[in-house]
Design a protein around this ligand. Structure first.
Ligand SMILES: [Mn+2]
Length: 437
């Protein structure tokens, strides 16, 4: 029998809402999972990627992570992991550093046996390079086998990676796929193989409403009822409280009604997200936010949905903001090279910290073809063609209906225009992982 904790999408280093307290929360959630692993004396902790929020964690994040991993190591419990899209660097990976320190095992196409189960790893691979994958895994002689992978797999939301293809082309017969990337916990069976996401361990976006947790996965001949050898149980984590307040204002109602509704909740140390809809008088978000923090909230954000509805001058549908952006881009008649840049900046497939490099690469690829830098033709009419929204690719799935997370976190909104805490001017000369290896 093999019993492991399956976790992922820890996003250490994420200063959500620019809050140092939130930054600590993400590390603390990782610590809580590891404490449970030690208390429960599991055989291993399996991490399915996005341990870090971006590829440039700060020294404090690294030191915090190392001390948590050391606790696990002191308890004699291995940490097996793969690399996610958020933390992936072009050189070596942070995970290699932890492996070098003896604190982690980077899973790959060779089996890592824990008890009677062989674990394999598949790092995040961009959509454009997936056709080259051959899913060739080395043989094992264990009873059970599991693939740990980072990506958006079928049959779950936003999927762009066909699970049936992975399973049918793999040279190893997997009993389970233990996944990361999709922040919504879920479990399903594909072709007789269990496929599961544990979800993120702290809410990385306001759309992650349900409670956070991780999976406890048991591989055993009679782990579950019948002849199934895999049992997946969900365990809850005690994370930062989020309070979602929805206020529909009626005619004549205004800020005092919003305050009244906010006060109905336990705001203590919570992230409070208020959405205002309906009619009524104008509401000043900053005033309500100050009120909520005075009442004990850690952070408060107010989204007044009525502003959008009332703005008649903008003739676009906000059902899909990407449509509005595309329409405006058409009018701007940008060159092909500029469109490349736009796509890189806006697509969720490129984590924020990688945008600079990705833009540099795309311009370099175009430099031979100067025509690509000529202005294009302005579209006579809008392209209403129902092409899919750009960038619903391999970013994390936290939904797009974000409220009040105006901190420029690209994981959430795909908004690459705000450099947030990865100010380009600050990245040069910053310590990189290679300095440690
Ligand atoms: Mn993630």
């Amino acid at each position: 029998m093999t019993r492991v904790i399956h976790t992922g999408d820890t996003h250490i280093g994420y200063a959500q809402y620019h809050s140092p307290v939130r930054r600590q929360d993400f590390l603390d959630a990782f610590g809580a999972v590891i404490d449970d692993a030690i208390d429960g004396d599991v055989d291993a902790v399996v991490h399915a990627g996005d341990l870090f929020h971006d590829r440039r964690p700060e020294l404090a994040d690294l030191l915090g992570t190392i001390s948590v991993l050391r606790r696990l190591d002191d308890a004699g419990i291995p940490f097996l992991a793969v690399v996610g899209n958020h933390e992936s660097t072009r050189g070596g990976q942070w995970l290699d550093l932890f492996e070098r320190l003896g604190l982690a095992t980077r899973l790959d196409d060779e089996p890592t046996a824990i008890g009677d189960t062989a674990f394999y790893g598949l790092d995040h691979v961009p959509v454009s390079r997936r056709d080259d994958l051959d899913y060739a895994f080395a043989d094992h002689d264990a009873e059970h086998a599991a693939l740990v992978a980072h990506g958006l797999f079928e049959p779950f939301g936003y999927a762009d990676w066909d699970t049936e293809t992975v399973l049918s082309e793999s040279t190893v017969d997997f009993d389970a796929m233990l996944l990361g990337d999709n922040h919504t916990p879920d479990v399903a069976q594909v072709e007789g193989t269990w496929v599961t996401y544990p979800g993120s361990t702290e809410r990385a976006s306001a759309s992650e409403r349900e409670g956070r947790g991780y999976n406890l996965v048991t591989f055993d001949a009679d782990a579950a009822d019948g002849d199934d050898c895999v049992a997946i149980r969900r365990r809850a984590l005690d994370t930062r409280p989020f309070v979602f307040v929805e206020v529909e204002l009626r005619e004549g109602e205004g800020e005092s009604r919003v305050r009244e509704r906010v006060r109905e909740y336990d705001l203590d140390d919570a992230v409070v997200l208020v959405t205002v809809t309906g009619d009524g008088d104008p509401v000043t978000p900053a005033a309500v936010e100050a009120f909520a923090t005075d009442e004990g909230a850690l952070i408060a954000r107010v989204a007044d949905r009525r502003e959008v509805e009332q703005d008649a001058e903008v003739d676009v549908s906000f059902a899909d903001p990407e449509d509005a952006v595309r329409e405006r881009l058409d009018e701007m008649a940008l060159s092909e090279a500029a469109l490349d840049v736009d796509e890189t900046v806006r697509a969720e497939t490129v984590p924020d910290s990688n945008v600079r490099d990705a833009v540099k690469r795309s311009v370099e690829e175009r430099i031979e073809d100067l025509d690509a830098f000529d202005r294009g033709e302005a579209a006579a009419d809008d392209g209403d063609g129902g092409e899919p929204a750009a960038g619903n690719g391999d970013g994390d799935i936290d939904g797009s209906d974000e409220i009040g997370d105006g901190d420029g976190d690209k994981a959430d909104t795909g908004d690459k225009s705000d450099t947030g805490d990865t100010d380009p001017s600050a990245t040069d000369g910053q310590v990189s992982m290679e300095d440690y290896l």
